[in-house]
Write a protein that binds this ligand. Sequence first.
Ligand code: DOR
Ligand code: ZN
Length: 345
Amino acid sequence: MTAITLRRPDDLHLHLRDGESMRSVLPFTAARFARALVMPNLRPPVTGTPQALAYRQRILDALPAGATFEPLMTLYLTDRTDPAEVQRAKASGCVLGFKLYPAGATTHSDAGVTDIRKVDAVLSRMEEQDLVLQVHGEVTDPNVDVFDREARFIDEVLAPLAARHPRLRIVFEHITTRAAAQFVLGSRPGIAATVTPQHLLMNRNAIFAGGVRPHHYCLPVLKRETDREALLTVATGGDSRFFLGTDSAPHARGAKEAACGCAGIFSAHGAIELYAEAFEAAGALPRLEAFASEHGADFYRLPRNEGRITLVRQSWEVPRSYAFGAEELVPLRAGESIGWRLSEG
Ligand code: DOR
Ligand code: ZN
C-alpha cells in the first residue's frame, strides 16, 4: 500500500499547554486531527468549568487561519472538587469528563487526588450525569518499583473503583502494560483505554540506547517488549475499547535535558504517521481508521468526523527541534525519519 485515506481522526489525550507554547504546538495537531481531548494539567490546573471554557476559547483563538479543530475539555479532579461541578461541566456541553491524577504521579499532578475515597461523591455524580473519568493509572508509593506502578494501580485502585461505580464510564489513559490491556479486555462494559504511539513503537530499551535518552522518558514509563507486543495486539486488533490518544506532551529542551528531566514525549508533529508505522508493522493498516477515527468518537458518543486525511508511504526527516514559544523542543524521532507522510490538501 502506498497511500491510505482515513476519516479525520481524533486525539483523545493531548497536552497543549498554554500561551506562546500552545501556539507553537497546536498547528501540528490541528493539521491532522478534527478534535482532541485537551488535558487540564496547567499551572494552576483547570479544575472548574469556567476555566475550561476560557482555556477552550484561548485554544480556538490560537488556531491558524482556516483550521477546523474542536478542543474537547476535561477537568482536573482534586480532593476538593465539588460534586456540583459535575452538573456545571455537563451543562456546558464542552466538558466530557474529569481527569484523575493520583497526587504526585506525574507532571503537574501535585494538586491531584491523594485518596480515591475522597472523590467518591464526585464519581457517583459523574455516574448519574454520564461524564467520563479519564485515569492516569499509576500508584504513587515511592517504594513500588516504577515499572510495576500501573499493574499495582489496577489491583489497588482501578478494579475496586470500577466495581464501586458500576455505571461510571472510564478511560484508562496511555496504557503501557500487558496487565492493563488484559484488564480492559476482561472488564465490564464502559471501560476503554487510549494507547500512545511511543508505547506501540518502543520498549524501555529506548530510554537507555547507548546512554540515557531523556526524550524517550514519559510517564507511565516505557515497559518491556512483551508489554509493547500486547499493546500492539489490542490496538491493531479491531476491539472498539482501544483508541487513539497520543499523550503528546511538549517540554522545553532544557527541562528534559537536565539532572532531573521531566516526563513527556512530543509526538504531535507526526502522530498519525507514527501510528501508521506501528499498524503497518503489525500488518494491520486497514484497521488504523477504526482505532484512530471511530472507536474513540463512539465511546464518547460524538459524531464520527466527516472530513478525510491521506497518508502517503514516503519517508521524511524529522527536524532536530521545533520552536516552543521562546524556547525549543525536541520531537520524537528528531533527526531521524518517519515512514509515512501527511498529504497536504
Ligand atoms: O509523560 C507524561 N507527560 N506523562 C504525563 O502523565 C503528563 C505529561 C505532561 O504533562 O508532560
Ligand atoms: Zn497525559
